[in-house]
Write a protein that binds this ligand. Sequence first.
Ligand code: FEO
Length: 133
Amino acid sequence: MFVWNDKYRVHIWQIDNQHQRLFDLVNQLHEAMQAGKGKEILGKVLQELIAYTHTHFVTEENLMSKYEFPNFVEHKKAHDALIKQVGDFQQKYRNGNAFITLDLMKILENWLVTHIEGVDQVYGPFLIGKGVK
Ligand code: FEO
């Protein structure tokens, strides 16, 4: 469903690897959903995706903070909003009040495409200019 493409690269190897892993995890979740996997398996994949997203955001935020990226605060707000959105969903899911559907996949797609293709591209040249590889 989500196909990695070179246009998503920010040209910092660690970040590009993490973004590709996020694509893989969203695809795993989508495949598990399509295959009609049970709540326990879907919940585990969702948890892995959330945990890895958190790891990834911390990596980016540490780099942006260390090199004093001017849009750091705004960027972190976008991260916090996504973590909250997905965290709220997970809570409802655990309580049996939400299901993993195409609606959730659309939220994740929106984040992947819009965030990685958009604001993540802004810090790329800045950090590369600071010598980050
Ligand atoms: Fe790659 Fe700002 O998340």
